[in-house]
Design a protein around this ligand. Sequence first.
Ligand code: 8DG
Length: 136
Amino acid sequence: MTNSESKKINVVGAVIIRDGMVLCAQRGPGGSLAGLWEFPGGKIEPGESPEVALVREIDEELGCAIAVGERVAYTEFEYDFGTVALATFYCRITGQAPTNREHTSIRWVKPADLDALGWAPADIPAVDRIKARYGA
Ligand SMILES: Nc1nc2c([nH]c(=O)n2[C@H]2C[C@H](O)[C@@H](COP(=O)(O)OP(=O)(O)OP(=O)(O)O)O2)c(=O)[nH]1
């Protein structure tokens, strides 16, 4: 087993779609994958289901309530700091509009324009699925 395989990080990401646009979030400077774009979300805590973790993370990061729908993609990607197992889910906002609390920026993007952002590598399969489904 390689070192990176020994550390699997279970992460959930929310593909929030509103009015045909996808909510994208840019990671801050300093941490892992600094400046790259991702789907809001984060690490699953012990005992949490992916759906419960996603509702908690989106409340923390964006201050809004969501309904979690079907899975978009599941990817395992080996970064130098460990292997991220990323599960993304289509989500719908059920309450107030999101506000950016933790990211450098958040942006609503048309599916066909998603490629213009510099994505965290683990997210590429999800981005491709979203484009295939919604991008013209
Ligand atoms: N939230 C989120 N994280 C992602 C995505 N794609 C991807 O590779 N990741 C990585 C980045 C982080 O290493 C990890 C998620 O952890 P996190 O969101 O709690 O990140 P963090 O900044 O608090 O943690 P850290 O890695 O800086 O310690 O998964 C994604 O689409 N959404």
